[in-house]
Design a protein around this ligand. Sequence first.
Ligand SMILES: C[S@@+](CC[C@H](N)C(=O)[O-])C[C@H]1O[C@@H](n2cnc3c(N)ncnc32)[C@H](O)[C@@H]1O
Length: 202
Amino acid sequence: MSSSIAWDERFAGGGFQFGEAPNRYLEELRPWLAPGMRALALGDGEGRNGVWLAAQGLAVTSLDWSAVGMAKAAQLAARRGVRIDTVVADAAAWAYPAAGFDLVAWIYLHLPPADRAAAAAGAVRALAPGGLLVLECFTPAQQGRRSGGPKMPELLWSRAIVEELFGGLEVLELLEGTVSLDEGPRHQGPAEVVRALLRKPG
Ligand SMILES: C[S@@+](CC[C@H](N)C(=O)[O-])C[C@H]1O[C@@H](n2cnc3c(N)ncnc32)[C@H](O)[C@@H]1O
């Protein structure tokens, strides 16, 4: 069972579990970003994605339930000379500020179905009109692969789950398939993911 303590223990070792570079899909979406946008990096772990967004000039809130992860995120930001606000909270229970963000980055955040639905509703509420949601998560086809992801099948994502939970958002991209991961020691090699770029109607 996933818990904040288990993630604290994983992050307490040396190095960055998923590397210090941003997720490649998020990085590819740089043309959609503009300085001054307000970004929420959900389940941001050790902060690689939030820190990268801050380096693009975005005002970043980095949220994770692992205090150890958030401390490392703050250190990475300081090392890169950028500012992020870190929040230690459960993504399923956080008080998402209505229309508080122009971008939500949901990268490899895998939650039990009820929590996933609660966090997704919060993320949609938190998007300002015209705001973007970027998601990359593992799909059931990842089971048996050695490139990461949760063991519990109910935590996995699919195109259908994206369509169900984010039905009110406009689909700009929605793809399910094989990618090649090179993200720190935990995400290496061929992987089965869903990728989505969605926009709140404005
Ligand atoms: C696979 S890691 C990905 C971290 C980061 N998004 C990245 O791509 O480097 C999953 C992260 O989700 C966080 N997480 C899992 N369940 C959570 C919850 N209910 N609330 C907040 N964070 C959670 C974990 O602590 C961990 O940092």
